[in-house]
Design a protein around this ligand. Structure first.
Ligand code: G1P
Length: 296
């Protein structure tokens, strides 16, 4: 298979209800939970922009207006910061609304990830596109999406991000049966959503990054409710496999599911340690804390 057009569009599904993070998500979207001082969805949008994706469509749902406001101008705040001479903060606030060409549509009923992605069909049209799940942030391996886009460019086919997980966690993910493995590149033979541990075809789980050929939309039209009674993106990928090869790109580090409490805490600690303005003092605090608790 020869190369193909460069991917320009990103779809970010952010319509989930965030039930795993109640009560914090009762009246605010989980994608707006701050990791250090930025809402998690901003990390996702910045990752897309860094990878050269210039057209970003966020799929929202009920109660998600704060996401739209976050990426919009806030003239009152900008005026206030300007008056007070807080130029650094002003720059940061303005950069948030200048991140790219960001569009929003609403998924009216929360029928599942497959349903959310199919809502992007009209906007995406007949082009390849990337999907970045709004509650998965990738910090360490920022090259992951870029390398998935390169693989798509080379083979002209869909590419999934894959990571090994322990047997006790595989039932939380889409899981692939690999066919051929060549370093970080995997050819997918089959895929199943949230298999029981004993039925999982491998320990390779799909993480929240995908590059799709537009044919995924025809497959999404044909899926029936699957795991959890939801319309699953994974089931559409299985259908796509009937007509096209699907590749996987494995990676190891840097992914946090901020919809999970522990991952959310890990992300905050790691990213705070990376920050030049916070890291040194925060790491001294952590060392002192460990001593006081008798952990080191
Ligand atoms: C979704 C997908 C699943 C994927 C996971 C990655 O599940 O359905 O295939 O492995 O994201 O985070 P969810 O986390 O929405 O249950």
């Amino acid at each position: 298979m020869s190369g193909t057009d460069r991917v320009r569009k990103a779809v970010i599904p952010a319509a989930g209800l965030g039930t795993r993070f109640l009560p914090a998500t009762k009246s605010q979207p989980k994608e707006m939970l701050p990791v250090v001082d930025k809402p998690s969805i901003q990390y996702v949008v910045e990752e897309a922009v860094r990878a050269g994706l210039t057209d970003i469509l966020v799929i929202t749902g009920r109660g998600k207006r704060a996401i739209e406001d976050h990426f919009d101008r806030n003239f009152e705040l900008e005026f206030y910061l300007e008056q007070k001479g807080k130029h650094d903060l002003l720059k940061e606030v303005q950069e948030t609304s200048d991140l790219g060409n960001i569009h929003f549509i609403r998924q009216r009923d929360p029928l599942g990830l497959g349903h959310a992605v199919s809502a992007a069909r009209e906007h995406v049209g007949d082009e390849p596109f990337a999907v970045l799940l709004g509650d998965d942030i990738m910090v360490d391996d920022s090259q992951l999406l870029i390398s998935m886009l390169d693989l798509h460019q080379r083979y002209g086919r869909s590419v999934l991000a894959l990571k090994e997980v322990g047997p006790d966690r595989i039932s939380s993910y889409g899981c692939v049966e690999p066919e051929a493995v060549d370093g970080e590149l995997v050819t997918v033979r089959s895929i199943v959503e949230k298999p029981q541990r004993e039925e999982a075809p491998s320990n390779l789980a799909v993480m929240g990054r995908y590059v799709f050929t537009p044919e995924i939309f025809d497959a999404l039209d044909r899926i029936k409710p699957g795991a959890g009674g939801e319309l699953q993106l994974t089931d559409a990928i299985q259908l796509l496999l009937d007509s096209q090869t699907v590749y996987g790109r494995t990676f190891e580090h840097g992914r946090f599911d901020i919809g999970q409490k522990l991952d959310f805490l890990y992300a905050n600690v790691e990213l705070a340690l990376d920050r030049p303005d916070l890291g040194p003092e925060f790491s001294a605090f952590l060392v002192d804390l460990m001593h006081r608790r008798g952990l080191i």
